[in-house]
Design a binder for this molecule. Sequence first.
Ligand code: SF4
Length: 270
Amino acid sequence: MAKRVESPSSINTFKQCPRKYYYQYVAKLPQLPNIHQIRGNIAHSTLEHFYDIDVMQFADENYEVKFKEVIQQLFMHQWNKDYPRLHKLGLGKDQLKFYFEETMLMLMNWVGHFIVDIDKVKVNGTSLPEAFLQLTPIREQKYVSDNYSVQGFIDAIHHLEEEVHIIDYKTNARFDMKEAIRLQLAIYSLLYQEKHGILPSKVGIFFLRHKLKMINVDEELLDLAKREIELIHLHTSATEKIEDYKCNITPLCKWRTGQCDFYGECKPHE
Ligand code: SF4
């Protein structure tokens, strides 16, 4: 059987519950859209387009206010663009308002950190447009490895003097580098190294409710990615039978406000 092209999400899904992986990636059952996924997309699009703005109109006296205005406008634009999808979720008006405000706060938090970074670059006399250019990352890059049969989308790649930093944005409530996140970053490092022949110096997550958290890239991190990629291929290349993808029944099957996308099909508690 041919090797599937895996990704950090598919590998983490397999590790969380092999049956869920089966439903999503082998049987390809449809998934229900949810507010966390849609507002995550909106936040990502807002940040992606933020770096396209023309800062030539901004002056040293007003750039803080201008950056804040721009991120709000971009967010409103993305939110309205996605409104038909948001509306279909059937959430109440108050709930939608809550998610709108919460996402806006996350982006305002992010832009606050961005302004601090701009100030740091400007302190040595760099002009605002130059500082903005220096901090502008390569965005939304798809990396595919035929060798490892794995792919990933990297949100932002920053080239800072001698260093390369890879960053993913997350709207997660929790500010910790849990195992799944570490594996995602390990796979990005491996993909980057394979394509460019050098290791990124650091990889990290910008937790939009909090701040940036980075880790160093080393051989141990690459070994983690290689090991997990090999393990999943060993399983998923060997069988596509549902019974070979065991249910892992945990609180992630159903919780107070939601459930696994495949709960109805799986019926884990019957
Ligand atoms: S409901 Fe639970 S056991 Fe079933 S696929 Fe989803 S996570 Fe796995």
